[in-house]
Design a protein around this ligand. Structure first.
Ligand code: ZN
Ligand code: ZN
Length: 173
């Protein structure tokens, strides 16, 4: 390909990337991309990271892409280890999990914009999980048993409250 195109060195694999996007956007409805679970293409890893509409089936570990450039890999807001992505079928959620030893850090979130807010077992209904939700673009933890008609669990924890819980030692990191 180098022989026929002018190389754009500002973006890695610029021409291959362009072709990939062109091919993808020819679709009418959906695009299915099949990749190896162990060493998925960096192009696919980027799509998963950047677009929440990308649905992942299977046990894809995008921290093990073919890309040596780990700057694109999201890191744990608690310990700094790379995060890996899992699709959690029960909740229909994409989860980000810390790759550190679980005894050292077991951070897990469904939305990185929640910062240090992790998924927690609900301390109210003891049955649901507190996951990152957003209101007016402000992330907070809300129970998976929440129902709009208030018949479910209404437990909510905002960031300040969570930080205070940490300070009081009610939650261990
Ligand atoms: Zn961590
Ligand atoms: Zn609850």
């Amino acid at each position: 390909m180098k022989l026929v195109i002018k190389e754009d060195r500002t973006i890695e694999y610029a021409e291959e990337r362009r072709l990939f996007y062109v091919a993808m956007t020819r679709t009418k409805n959906r695009v299915y991309i099949v990749v190896p679970q162990q060493r998925p293409s960096r192009f696919v890893a980027e799509l998963i990271q950047d677009y929440s509409v990308v649905h992942v089936n299977g046990d894809l570990d995008i921290s093990k892409t073919d890309s040596p450039d780990i700057s694109m890999i999201k890191r744990c807001p608690i310990c700094g280890y790379p995060l890996r992505v899992r699709q959690k079928k029960d909740f229909g959620l994409r989860l980000w999990l810390c790759t550190n030893e679980p005894e050292i850090c077991d951070f897990m979130t469904n939305d990185l914009s929640g910062g240090i807010l992790p998924i927690l077992k609900c301390d109210c209904c003891k049955d649901g999980y507190l996951i990152v939700r957003k209101k007016d673009n402000t992330p907070f933890l809300g129970c998976t048993n929440y129902k709009p008609d208030k018949s479910g669990c209404n437990r909510k924890i905002n960031l300040t409250y969570y930080e205070n819980m940490l300070k009081r030692g009610e939650i261990e990191l």
